[in-house]
Design a protein around this ligand. Structure first.
Ligand code: IVH
Length: 668
């Protein structure tokens, strides 16, 4: 096989296995074999950059480069759906459609899930994905192509000889329950605000500026609509089945229904069966099957008349409030929690529900021992939605938000401009210190195995660890004697401590518990500063120049390192041998390879977007310019560079460099 043949073979095979894995859930090869094929392809593409293709499976991992989204007009507006919570109204809708369409037989309806995510329009030209746009306002949306390309169940290249040259597919991007739980667990651990439901999480993820992070979160996509001129079939259902053959993920729940009874049965079945699905749904959608009939029925300005959504009712239970507890997080934020008489809701027993903050407690007007409504709609975390005031005990007192820290007794302060109260005794409040100890040993931080909630508290209580740097003064003997830990546990902890000396600098930054610095921000800070000394000494203005770092984070970092206690901790960690700089080549502190160069970008590129090239140039000390002049160092030219520009460059003797040459030049 020639390299070009092998590359083609590997791309086709990887695409096929992707589909087997992500769309059909029927993998044929092991993850390891898959990874090996991917690595081989990566190596070949590196050796033969001329054979690269932006749609190659190797590009699915995403890029770290920042993009702001361009707005794109939809060729056909993205309408919404009329909806109802009532089965009779679905029947009325079906009857109305049938009356309008005439004829004696029932006109077939397609029943499908209403996925609770965020809608997407996918544009394919000659079978290749060229653009992915969010719904936006229905007329225009954000171009999120780079992020969508990381979603493995969305085919980049369609397979089939009946794929129309111009095709639009619409569907829903969702974050499956498992990925949603994982994401929220991690956010809870970082004390970052949780996503209320998978819908918000999917929408938020799709709008991230960092497609590598998007790839990590595990989005999925279901297709429910095909548009274009030369569609394979004259009805929706068959088109969806063909879409599946082309490589799209179409829900198995999609069913052709040919009577009102079948419609009703479908609703009754999925009302409960949907709870077993791996993704969130908030209802069902019914569509008239024949495309001609759809056209006949037409649309209102807002929604098509040929479709209706039936929405599931959120499940609700009534239970008594035992008491409200106030919990202190590692950053000192106080969260009120309703402790409830256990109640069964959507198959799980609910005992606790977060009340989030003081404003929410006030709005709900909760009194001691009130009967509370608990709901679980699209939300995984149960939510208190109201109070049954008729069941209130006479004279029951209002629930008062605490004024003093429930742990250390310090008077609480309010975060300016926010609803949250916090305990300002950051370095003396036991719960906060224990929280930071737990954070320090966490899997995404120093990964010191064997230290859970209980042992963190023990280490603190016995005085063995009062500061994260104390871990490096521990010995097996001290853990056994002073901490009363068993030899196995003590040894395991010391092994973890030893290992932690090799943990990379970005995770060291994360493990410091700098306010507002979760995993992503910490990684950014570490990579863009390169080492601890720069991180400790940069100014607020300098920090805000880093992508994703706003004024609030910048101020928090500067404030953190202004405190002696934190500087001392860092010095102790440095002396203990922790990594205090990024390894060579992994920092993006910026280089000066293009220092002093003025560069004009022109044309269309295959490997990176224009914005990416602009960002790269700036990072390397170069300057972007819009027009060619004598000062221009060179033109970075993609495909279709305008002839006028080319002429001008020639006339002024400005070199014109192609994309690959440029990438070689900067060592990419
Ligand atoms: S069809 C013209 N089918 O629901 C009709 N939409 O409220 C286009 N949705 O914006 C929509 N599952 O994001 C359709 N099986 C499904 C759906 C679905 C979820 C979403 C979609 C749309 C919203 C309308």
């Amino acid at each position: 096989m020639t390299p070009s043949e092998e590359i083609k073979y590997l791309r086709d095979e990887l695409n096929r296995h992707n589909r087997l894995y992500y769309v059909e859930a029927a993998p044929e090869i092991s993850d390891m074999d898959y990874d090996m094929m991917l690595k081989r392809l990566e190596a070949l593409e590196k050796e033969h950059p001329e054979l690269d293709d932006p749609l190659s499976p190797t590009h699915r991992v995403g890029s770290d480069i920042n993009k702001s989204f361009a707005q794109v007009a939809h060729e056909r507006p993205m309408l919404s759906l009329a909806n109802t919570y009532n089965i009779d109204e679905v029947d009325d809708w079906a009857r109305r459609c049938n009356d309008t369409l005439g004829g004696s037989e029932f006109h077939a309806v397609v029943g499908e899930m209403k996925f609770d995510g965020t809608s997407i329009s996918l544009i394919y030209k000659d079978g290749r994905l060229v653009r992915a746009v969010t719904r936006g306002d229905g007329e225009k949306g954000d171009d999120v192509t780079a992020n969508v390309m990381t979603i493995k169940s969305i085919p980049l290249q369609l397979t089939g000889d009946d794929v129309p040259s111009d095709l639009e597919m619409r569907g829903e991007i969702v974050l499956p329950w498992k990925a949603f739980d994982r994401l929220n667990e991690q956010r809870a651990f970082n004390e970052e605000p949780l996503f209320a439901n998978p819908r918000n999480a999917a929408a938020g993820t799709l709008k991230l500026q960092n497609s590598a992070e998007v790839a990590r979160r595990g989005l999925d996509a279901y297709i429910y609509y095909m548009l274009g001129d030369n569609l394979p079939a004259d009805n929706h259902y068959d088109n969806m089945m063909v879409a599946r053959r082309w490589g799209f993920k179409v829900s198995d729940a999609m069913t052709l229904l040919s009577s009102l009874k079948e419609v009703d049965d479908y609703i009754n079945h999925w009302d409960t069966a949907r709870k077993e699905l791996p993704v969130a749904t908030d209802g069902l959608v019914f569509k008239i099957n024949s495309l001609k009939q759809q056209l006949n029925l037409g649309s209102t300005a807002k929604s098509p008349r040929w479709a209706i959504a039936y929405k599931f009712k959120a499940e609700r239970a009534l239970t008594r409030l035992k008491y409200v507890s106030f919990e202190v997080g590692r950053m000192g934020i106080i969260t009120p929690v309703a402790n409830l008489e256990p109640v069964l809701l959507s198959g799980t027993i609910v005992k606790r529900a977060s009340l989030h903050n003081e404003d929410i407690v006030r709005q709900l007007d909760i009194h001691q021992h009130d009967m509370l409504y608990v709901e679980k709609g699209g939300e995984i975390i149960p939510k208190i939605t109201g109070v049954d005031t008729s069941a209130r005990e006479p004279g029951a007192a209002e629930v008062e938000f605490v004024k003093f820290c429930p742990d250390c007794g310090t008077r609480l302060e309010r975060v300016p401009g926010e609803a949250a109260w916090f305990c300002p005794n950051r370095y003396g409040c036991p719960q906060q210190i224990i929280g930071r100890i737990r954070h320090f040993v966490g899997r995404h931080a120093m990964d010191i195995d064997g230290v859970g909630e209980e042992i963190s508290a023990t280490l603190f209580a016995t005085g063995l660890v009062r500061n994260i740097a104390d871990f490096y003064d521990l010995t097996v003997d001290r853990l056994m004697l002073e901490g009363a830990l068993g030899p196995r546990t003590a040894e395991r902890i010391m092994e973890g401590v030893e290992q932690s000396r090799t943990v990379t600098f970005d995770r060291v930054v994360y493990s410091l518990s700098i306010p507002y610095c979760g995993e992503t921000v910490s990684r950014k800070l570490a990579r863009s500063t390169g080492n601890i000394d720069r991180l400790m000494n940069m100014s607020e203005i300098e920090f805000t120049a880093i992508e994703d770092v706003g004024p609030r984070i910048a101020a928090a970092v500067v404030e953190f390192f202004a405190l002696d206690i934190n500087r001392t901790t860092v010095e102790r960690l440095r002396n203990a041998g922790l990594q205090m700089a990024m390894p060579e080549g992994q920092d993006q502190a910026g280089s000066d390879e293009l220092a002093g160069k003025v560069i004009v970008i022109s044309g269309v590129f295959a490997h990176h977007s224009r914005d990416e090239y602009k960002a790269m140039i700036e990072r390397m000390g170069g300057k972007n310019s819009g027009s060619i002049s004598k000062k221009t160092s060179f033109v970075l030219a993609g495909e279709n560079m305008g002839p006028a520009k080319l002429e001008k460059a020639k006339a002024l003797g400005v070199p014109v460099i192609g994309e690959d040459e440029f990438l070689k030049m900067i060592g990419d």
